[in-house]
Design a protein. Sequence first.
Length: 413
Amino acid sequence: MESETTKSSVIYFYPSTTTTTTTAYNIATTAATTSSSSSTAATTATTSILIAVIKSLLLGSIIICAVVGNALVILSVSRYHNLRTKANMFIVSLAFADLLVALLVMPFSASQEVAGRWLFDGVTCDLFNANDVLFSTASLLNLCCISLDRYIAITDPFNYTTRLNKCRVVVILVSAWLASILVSHLPIHLKIYSADAFGRQQKIINDDDEEVINEICSFQVNWLYGIVSSLISFWIPTIVMLFTYQKIFNEAKRQVEQIENITNLLSAFQAEMKNQAAAALQQQTNNENRRIKREHKAAKTLGIIMGVFLGCWLPFFIWYLTDSICREQCNTPKVFISFLFWVGYANSALNPLIYAFFNREFRGAFRKQLCHCKRALTWSRAKKPHLVTELAASYSERHNWSGEVSYNKKDDI
C-alpha cells in the first residue's frame, strides 16, 4: 500500500516540443535583430564619418583659399611700390576684413558644422557671433567705399586727388570699421540683439530611439536688430553701390564716345597740322586714352566683384531679414541656413581670385609672390643636405676615429 502511494505521488515531466521550438525561434529572432541593429549602427557611423570628411574638405578648402588669397593681396601692396595707391588702400582694407573672416569666423563655424554641436562655451559663442557680424559688415562696407572711389575717379578725374586725398581715405576707412563695430560687438555683448543665441537646443534621435540634446551656437535676433543691422550691413551699401556703378557705366560709355570723336577729329586735321604739333597732340590723346582704359578696366573689375557680392550675400540677407521678423513661424531648415552662411563666407575667398584674374598688376604681383615662395622652399630643401654635410665635416675635424676629441690651439683661446 505504501509503495502504491509512493508511486502515485511521483510526477514525471517530459520536454515539450512546442516550447522548445518557440524558445529557439525567439533566440534566433533576437540574434537577427541584434545583428541588424549592429549592421545599421555601423552603416550610420560610416555615413556620418564620410559626411564629416566631405564637410571638412570642402569648408577647409574655402578657408585656405580665403587665407592665402587675401594674404597675397596684402603682401603684394606692401611689397610693390606700383600698387601703393589710394585706390588700393580700400582693397587692402577689404582683404584684411576677408582675412579676419577666414581666420576668426570660418574655423568656428566649420567646427560646429562638422561636429554637429557647439564645442565651446557661451562667451566664445557671443564673441564668434560678434566677429562674424563685424568682419562681414566691414567687408561689405569696404566694397561700398571702393565703388565710391571708382565713381569719383571716373566722373571727376581732374579733381580726384583733391577730393580724395590720403587723409580723407583714412577717415573713410576708419568710419567703415567703426560702423562695423557699433553694429556688432556693442549690441551683441550688451545682449541688445537677442537673449537666446547660445543654449539653443537641437534635438537628435540616436540609434536607440533616445533623444539626445546638443547645444548649438545660433544667431537668433529680434526684429529691431535684424532690420537695423541688415540696413547698415547690406541694404544701404548695396543701394549705394548700384547707384554709383550705374553712374560709372554711363560715364564710361560717354567717355568712349568722346574718345572716338576726338580720334576722328584728330585724323581729319592731322594732315593740315605741322608734324610736331600733330605728334604732341597724338601723344596727349594716347595718354588720356590709356588713363581712361585703365579706369574702365578697374570699373569692370568692380562690376564683377559687385555681381559676385550680390550672388553670395543677397540670398542670406533676404532670409536674415525675413527670419528676424517671423522668427519661429518661418522654421527654416538648419541645412539651408548653414548653406546661406557659407555662400556668404565664400565671398571672402572669391575677391582675391577676381583681382588675380582681371587685374594685370595684381596678377603679376601674385605670380612674383608665389615664385618667391617656391624658390624659398627649393632653397631650403637644397640647403638641408649641405647643412648635414657641413655638420658631419665639422664633427670629423673635432673628433678622431677613436672617439677622442682633438682641439686646435685656436680652440683654447
